[in-house]
Design a binder for this molecule. Structure first.
Ligand SMILES: Cc1cc2nc3c(=O)[nH]c(=O)nc-3n(C[C@H](O)[C@H](O)[C@H](O)COP(=O)(O)O)c2cc1C
Length: 387
């Protein structure tokens, strides 16, 4: 792993090691993927102010997220099918996060279950909830998260209906994969992935088994979501979910300042400014673009987190400067897992830590909690253009 210097290096390695259908599942956005691309590209338009001759000794990246101390203000985002990037992927990512000192979020749509992850971790993790029509099942999921001592519930609001991802349909994505001649041939070039997969019994959606048949054809996931996900989910639902869970509920998928206010009015304990990594509404703005106005509107009333497009420590610093208290990272984790399992996720976090620490020093800052708008370079012309 020592020759892996950037997240792009990890992504290249993951591409070589993970079957195409699962690599593509992570590396895809909805329809034209314009929002997926914008999430990354819009970070590039933001520039830092460089300050010199500032004492840069004793730097600290420590902060808090939703009341928890974190080694760096980053949490691993909920991502479905992580156990297909690498055998037992969710358990390995959770261990890497625990070791590093950042929160890990387990998705409803993961391969390893709540109990699997709880069995290999000591610190509480976060659980992400999708609200399905079967309320008894949802209540049971919340109770299981509570029993596993999950310290926060992340309620995802932007996927009651599925944005179409062409790659998944073209690849005929299934979990577990079907042993078509094409897939078997591919395994000859990805033996590590295949052997590790043979060594685990976790091959399908273990959080929702019983609600989904063994081999879910993910190309038909939109049909499955249509029948299983609750299309009537609304702001009032936050109250009963919060009451049942009894701990902080963070709502994820906020992209509009009016929705941010509604989330607070309805009891959310924090928000994640997110467009689901560009996987849902294509042509929605990038998250870094809408973050400042949302943070301006509600940042003094609630904790504002963000995700989408973060591929470096510099991106993280930009998100913090524009008003986020911390960021969630999805693909960084998926690529890390695909490239090298637990060591790959640890490497990804280490890359981000080093980039953040060095860049912060070059910006003349010593404490990540002091990063703010004053760190962003903007001349008059750029300000008029919105940057
Ligand atoms: C492969 C993949 C699967 C995802 N699955 C979920 C999920 O099950 N639940 C959820 O709330 N968000 C899910 N997301 C969205 C992430 O939580 C997060 O919003 C997004 O990945 C952030 O963008 P980034 O990948 O550019 O960091 C998924 C994202 C990816 C890439």
């Amino acid at each position: 792993m020592s020759d892996i210097l950037t997240i792009a290096d990890l992504k290249d390695l993951a591409r070589r090691r993970v079957p195409k259908m699962f690599f593509d599942y992570a590396d895809s956005g909805a329809w034209t993927e314009s929002t997926y691309r914008a999430n990354e590209e819009d970070f590039g338009k933001i520039k830092f102010r460089q300050r010199v001759l500032v004492d840069m000794s004793n730097r600290s990246l420590e902060s808090t997220m939703i009341g928890e101390r974190v080694a760096m203000p980053v949490a691993l985002a909920p991502t479905g099918l992580t156990g297909m990037q690498h055998a037992d992927g969710e358990m390995l990512a959770a261990q890497a996060a625990e070791e590093f000192g950042v929160p890990f979020t387990l998705s409803t749509m993961r391969i390893c279950s709540i109990e699997d992850v709880a069995s290999v971790t000591k610190k509480p993790f976060w659980f992400q909830l999708y609200v399905l029509r079967d309320k008894d099942f949802v209540l049971n999921l919340i109770d299981r998260a509570k029993a596993a001592k999950c310290s926060a519930l992340v309620l995802t609001l932007d996927l009651q209906i599925l944005g179409q991802r062409h790659k998944d349909i073209r690849n005929g994505l299934t979990a577990p994969p079907k042993f078509t001649p094409r897939f078997v041939a591919e395994m000859m070039f990805k033996p590590g992935w295949a052997f590790r997969m043979l060594g685990t019994r976790r091959h399908t959606f273990r959080n929702i088994s019983g609600h989904v048949s063994d081999a879910v054809n993910l190309a038909k996931l939109s049909e499955w979501t249509r029948t299983q996900f609750d299309l009537t989910l609304n702001w009032k639902d936050i109250a009963w979910i919060k009451k049942r869970f009894g701990g902080p509920v963070i709502v994820k998928g906020i992209l509009d300042k009016d929705d941010a206010q509604l989330a607070i009015d309805n009891g959310a304990d924090g928000i994640v400014v997110s467009n689901h990594g560009g996987r849902q509404l294509d042509s929605a703005p990038s998250t870094i673009r809408v973050l400042p106005e949302i943070a301006d509107a509600v940042g003094h009333k609630t904790e504002v987190l963000m995700d989408g497009g973060i591929r470096s420590g510099q991106d993280l610093l930009k998100a913090l400067a524009l008003g986020a208290k911390g960021a969630l990272v999805g693909r960084i984790m998926a690529f890390g897992l695909g490239a090298g399992g637990e060591a790959g996720v640890a490497r990804a976090l280490e890359i981000v830590r080093k980039e953040t620490d060095t860049s912060m020093a070059l910006m003349g800052e010593r404490d990540i909690r002091n990063i703010g708008l004053h760190n962003i370079y903007s001349n008059d012309l750029e300000r008029r253009q919105g940057y």
